[in-house]
Design a protein around this ligand. Sequence first.
Ligand code: DAH
Length: 338
Amino acid sequence: MLKEIDNHLSDIKKISIKSLDELEQFRIKFFSKKGIIPSLFAKLKDIDVDKRKKFGAKINDLKIKIGEIIDKSKDELSVVSNNKNVVDYTLPADFLKLGSRHPISIVKNKIIDIFSKIGFNISEGPEIEDDWHNFTALNLPEYHPARDMQDTFYVSKNPDYLLRTHTSSVQIRHMENNEPPIRTISPGRVYRNEDISARSHCFFHQIEGLYIDKNVSFVDLKQTLLHFTEQLFGKSKIRLRPSYFPFTEPSAELDIYWGLNSEADHRITKGTGWLEILGCGMVDPNVLENCKIDPNKFSGYAFGMGIERITMLLYQIEDIRTFYENDIRFLQQFKSSI
Ligand code: DAH
């Protein structure tokens, strides 16, 4: 019987258990009711009393070693099977979802491209502005009625900080920090305290343009805007309608001839065929002076446009709110426009 136990002890040293099934067979072989360990203990009673102790200790030793092998194998096999659950190389790969650029960004980039190619750089300014850059330096002193043209969100009063109502504030910052010649466009987000509807929102995006040099005239403005409308809309019939902005003199609004080919054209142009695109004009000498640029030496033009409005025209989007809802079904339609 001692020999039998020794044989088992040397057998289990060599054992390697490769699956949970094998482990269960191993456990049954030694520990089940009729397994090796219980049957060895059963044989003890036939052994002489004086040798029983020694035999019992030997069987216990075998029992403990087998228990250890079972525990160790269980741990190792469960790590392997857990890992299998995490990385199963036989499964099909996860579908990689590609995002798409937001239509506002697409159109903003198109406009930037057009102006970069004719020598404009890009400038940016803060969205929280002071009164000077948003109003006063733009020839809108306190109590100027034109301040009411843009309902303002104030962040603080006295000193006045506000959410900029237009990107014209970046004109001022750029002129304060740069010498002419200046050719810059300033894209950015602007805020107005307006009711939210299909046509207006409390924030939107604008692009501002500014050109300051010697002998800049209205002709330069008109020619640049014609180039822009040809590039962006493919339309070359434009008109400059007299208008008013405190920071430009003279001021104008640029209309493009959209055409009257479809029922939609009639609707969006209110039956005229013309569409208003942006505001512009020659920079008011007061504004140049506010930025320490001599109006007797330099002149310039400026323009500003809403990116949402242009995007709505280009893609025939009816409701401005769809830009901000992040509905993936809407956004994915612009995948091919990048
Ligand atoms: N800042 C004007 C607005 O928000 C747009 C504008 C009009 C900008 C004329 C200009 C300009 O630079 O010359 O409505």
